[in-house]
Design a protein around this ligand. Structure first.
Ligand code: NI
Length: 179
């Protein structure tokens, strides 16, 4: 397993649309393991493959308190969305920025699991938010795209500040769940 470097806003590679996975094989599972290791190390609660510059439709998540419930979704799709909910979001590609985003409250998801088996399930709460956030990544979309131009500009400044701090302080400054 390996910890992979995470691209950060405003890197244009985060804007590429990821491609569907045609065959789920050993290389896919290796990538999933690397994504999970990278996500846990960050630490974060979700990560999309194109955040580590791999243009494949794969996301990993773990919204459990104990960090013992890894979930990998290949070619995830939203089949249904219901209700609306606003919650604070952060993103491993936009370090130091937390803003309210409005998303569907309940979703129905279709995907393949790490063995290539078909999955279909309902999600709500933090899991639903996280899945929508990660599927956006696969489309080249970031949570800051939902903010006003002014807030997006401030986010850019905060990321630069975070990057400078990181250069001088080895200790991680990320304290909250980010995806
Ligand atoms: Ni994110």
């Amino acid at each position: 397993m390996a910890i992979l470097p995470i691209l950060e806003f405003p890197d244009e590679r985060l804007r590429k649309k990821a491609k569907p996975v045609a065959t789920v094989d050993a290389a896919t599972r290796q990538l999933i393991d690397d994504l999970l290791e990278t996500m846990y190390a960050a630490p974060g609660i979700g990560l999309a493959a194109n955040q580590v510059n791999v243009q494949q439709r794969i996301i990993v998540l773990d919204v459990s308190e104990e960090k013992n419930a890894p979930l990998a979704l290949i070619n995830p799709e939203l089949l249904d969305k219901q209700g609306q909910e606003e919650s604070d979001e952060g993103c491993l590609s936009v370090p130091g920025v937390y803003e309210k985003v409005r998303r569907a409250e309940k979703i129905r998801v279709r995907a393949l699991d790490r063995e290539g088996g078909a999955l279909e399930f309902d999600a709500e709460g933090l899991l639903a938010v996280c899945i929508q956030h990660e599927i956006d990544h696969l489309e080249g979309k970031l949570f800051v795209d939902y903010l006003s131009p002014l807030k997006r500009q401030l986010a850019r400044k905060k990321v630069r500040k975070e990057q400078r701090q990181r250069a001088t302080q080895p200790e991680p400054t990320r304290l909250r769940g980010v995806a």
